[in-house]
Ligand binder design. Structure first.
Ligand code: 5GP
Ligand code: MG
Length: 187
């Protein structure tokens, strides 16, 4: 797996340090008096890509949180550009009047957030904030706001730390680009 990586963009140590910082910020923003006492948040990772980031993040957020799940597909199979975001499923429970924090691995075209945020609002959430580990440096991504952003990265296709190519490489501990031969072999 490691030998398929052309270039590491973000190391395991950089990921750990930034995720800890983001957890501190999110905790501070959701601790009274920042929000009224008794207000709770529901954290909603977008599967599959956000599961590793979310697992590392929430274990450093010592608040009374619930978890809801949504599954969205935007890069089905071995595609390396979005095919349009599609909601595949959800396990949200009752989110009416709850403050939600939506977590995604990467903000690219923005299609995923534009699909999921309004859906959560329609379900009656009190508020919906967004948190992404990565944001691509491209015009479409710049037009879409996320409340918390881990890293800005160049407009390249990346894998690792939850992000896949054809459902492989999610378990890579860092974020990197793939060698062309690995793309061809795993397509
Ligand atoms: P958007 O909807 O903003 O275009 O893209 C978000 C989704 O597309 C992410 O949740 C992720 O699943 C997928 N995606 C976007 N860029 C990349 C990338 O560089 N690598 C991988 N593996 N997935 C990506
Ligand atoms: Mg995704």
């Amino acid at each position: 797996m490691e030998r398929d990586i052309a270039r590491v963009l973000i190391s395991q140590e950089q990921l750990a340090a930034r995720v800890a910082e983001m957890a501190r910020q999110i905790t501070a923003d959701h601790t009274p008096p920042s929000i009224p006492h008794g207000d709770e948040i529901t954290i909603v990772p977008i599967l599959t890509g956000a599961f590793i980031f979310c697992a590392d993040l929430i274990r450093q957020i010592p608040l009374h949180i619930q978890i809801g799940l949504v599954t969205v597909s935007s890069y089905p199979g071995s595609s390396m550009a979005t095919k349009g975001s599609q909601l595949l499923g959800q396990q949200l429970g009752d989110v009416r009047n709850r403050h939600l924090l939506l977590i995604d691995d990467i903000l690219d075209s923005g299609g995923t957030l534009k699909l999921v945020v309004p859906m959560l609002q329609e379900l009656g959430a009190a508020s919906v904030k967004t948190c992404v580990l990565l944001k691509k440096d491209r015009p479409a991504a710049r037009l879409v706001h996320a409340d918390y952003v881990g890293f800005e990265i160049p407009d390249e296709f990346v894998v690792g730390y939850g992000l896949d190519y054809n459902n492989y490489y999610r378990n890579l501990p860092h974020i990197g680009t793939l060698k062309t031969e690995a793309i061809e072999r795993n397509a």
